[in-house]
Design a protein around this ligand. Structure first.
Ligand code: SAH
Length: 251
């Protein structure tokens, strides 16, 4: 296995949803770099250096990783889910584009991971079965007007929407505002699933409609899936439901 830098998606949480390739890369890295909670998910190995940070400075972390790699270390940079989805992979390339030219000759491997929307969809049925998109509701890195405009365009165009970063202590009101805007575009009966801590012991999945959804049920460990007018519900004898979005749909 040859790499100077490996950018690794750890999946949604469960050990058996981590790709075997990711496990192999993590086992031969000399250094692991990432946000605390994600580094903690990497099995400890004697001699391996762990650089866990609790700040959200992704670019600083990426530069640190590239610096270590250019000094001859074999560095794994970890993210939850897939590292290319609202995570470290783009920070690494941004740092590379603007940083030390030597970084461009590093051997980089990117190992895909199961993103939260796919793990959540697999619990719920097939809600992403027709055209869909992923939007981060966080306005830390883009203006709130841009978030709302993209959400509006996606709903008007008939995409199922996976909403990442729906809510946090620092951003408590955005999800309610997003639902309020969506109520002016989508039917009140539109199916909405809130999937929290998917594949972890404290997993919680709640399914409702745009009319009755309670935004306070979402937090920073929740992904919200918003159906289209075509998304269907199947109720099972025990009252639990499946959601699916048919492949063929005009809505
Ligand atoms: N790279 C990650 C996303 C990082 S952004 C991925 O591909 O999944 C962080 C957001 O991801 C959280 O706010 C939440 O919306 C979502 N998320 C990550 N893990 C999750 C899980 N196990 N269950 C539900 N949502 C999750």
């Amino acid at each position: 296995m040859r790499f100077d830098v490996a950018i690794v998606g750890l999946g949604p949480g469960a050990d058996d949803l981590l790709a075997p390739r990711a496990a192999a890369v993590l086992a031969c890295a000399t250094d692991v770099v990432g946000y605390n909670a994600y580094v903690a998910r990497v099995p400890a190995r004697a001699g391996q250096h762990r650089h866990a940070t609790d700040n959200r400075e992704e670019l600083l972390r990426a530069r640190h990783a590239l610096t270590l790699a250019s000094e001859g270390r074999r560095v794994a940079i970890v993210s939850s889910g897939d590292a290319g989805v609202f995570a470290m992979a783009s920070a690494v390339f941004e740092a590379m584009e603007h940083g030390n030219p030597v970084w461009r000759s590093l051997d980089v491997e990117i190992v895909p991971g199961i993103s939260a929307m796919f793990a959540a969809a697999a619990r719920i049925g097939a809600p992403l079965g027709h055209d869909f998109c992923a939007i981060s509701l966080s306005d830390n890195l883009k203006p709130w007007e841009t978030v709302l405009a993209r959400l509006r365009a996606a709903a008007e165009a008939g995409f199922v929407i996976a909403l990442y970063n729906p809510s946090s202590r620092a951003r408590p009101w955005q999800l309610a505002a997003a639902f309020e805007m969506l109520r002016t575009i989508l039917p009140q009966s539109t199916e909405i699933a809130m999937a929290r801590c998917v594949s972890a012991p404290d997993e919680r999945i709640e399914i409702g409609t745009l009319a009755d959804v309670d935004p306070s049920r979402a937090d920073m460990r929740t992904v919200v899936l918003i159906g289209t007018a075509a998304t269907r519900r199947i109720t099972r004898p025990d009252g639990k439901v499946w959601l699916y979005s048919p492949r063929g749909s005009a809505a």
